[in-house]
Write a protein that binds this ligand. Structure first.
Ligand SMILES: C[S@@+](CC[C@H](N)C(=O)[O-])C[C@H]1O[C@@H](n2cnc3c(N)ncnc32)[C@H](O)[C@@H]1O
Length: 243
């Protein structure tokens, strides 16, 4: 299992080739500079203070899942992968209500789980188990710490784990799945994950749901012959595997 931090060079190379699939060299260079300037703007003390704005969940549960307090290297890697930003608790509850499923049948898998807030929030539902997959070792270590310090009278699932791995390399378990995505991947990465999921479902047919928050690359899932959109709002989409 991968546990060393990915290199910045590799992250930039991946980002560049993903961008070049859709844009010219000039447009890609322009976006590159824009991303770096955005990172520098985000590094000012005022912006850092802003990121402490979502501390309520952490105070209540004795954890550190806020988007602040991520080191500069983690944030810079985030520019070229996907920056860590936790799901809002209210929105998470809304998505869980929309599932309209027997939670206990499903293994909840968050691809790109960061500091693990969704894993903790999911544990207040009776999932059979909960798995987080996170690329950056520092965020994954924090997620593991959060799992051990989490306090909630409403906790219903206690089989939680966070693993450090590139989601593109994750092998799905042969169990009914609820795959959660909050924009962890570039387009080519998401295509790879959907392909892995299709292979896994063909090998071992079973129920599978994909819950996608802020679905910027929804067309990748919509293009899969195995999935049909079954619910959604302007903030999220739910896809179900066609039996
Ligand atoms: C927008 S955050 C979502 C965090 C969490 N899922 C949540 O909703 O609270 C995206 C996360 O994906 C992670 N990530 C980016 N590329 C990844 C990859 N290839 N494999 C696994 N995680 C990745 C980032 O480090 C970041 O923590």
């Amino acid at each position: 299992m991968k546990s060393s931090s990915p290199s910045l060079g590799a992250a930039i190379r991946d980002w560049w080739s993903d961008s070049r699939e859709h844009r010219s060299v000039l447009a890609t260079s322009y976006f590159f500079v824009t991303e770096v300037l955005g990172f520098l703007r985000d590094s000012t003390p005022a912006r850092e203070r802003q990121r402490y704005g979502d501390m309520d969940y952490d105070w209540e549960h004795g954890v550190n899942t806020m988007s602040a307090a991520v080191g500069w290297r983690g944030r810079l890697l985030g520019v070229f992968h996907s920056p860590y930003q936790p799901t809002e608790p209210e929105l998470f509850r809304e998505m869980m209500d929309a599932l309209n499923a027997d939670y206990s049948q499903f293994t909840f898998i968050d691809l790109g789980s960061g500091k693990g807030r969704t894993l903790l929030m999911a544990s207040e539902y009776p999932f059979r188990r909960i798995v987080g997959v996170e690329l950056l070792p520092d965020l994954n270590s924090l997620a593991q710490k959060n799992i051990s310090t989490f306090k909630s009278d409403a906790q219903r699932c206690f089989a939680l784990e966070s693993i450090c791995l590139d989601a593109r390399e994750y092998e799905f378990p042969d169990e009914p799945l609820l795959v959660y995505l909050f924009n962890p991947l570039l387009e080519s990465g998401l295509e790879q994950v959907v392909e892995n999921l299709e292979l896994s479902l063909r090998k071992c047919p079973r129920e599978a749901l994909v819950l996608y928050l802020n679905p910027l690359l929804e067309s990748v899932i919509a293009a899969s012959p195995l999935f049909k959109k079954t619910a959604g709002t302007h903030q999220f989409s739910l896809y179900s595997a066609v039996p």
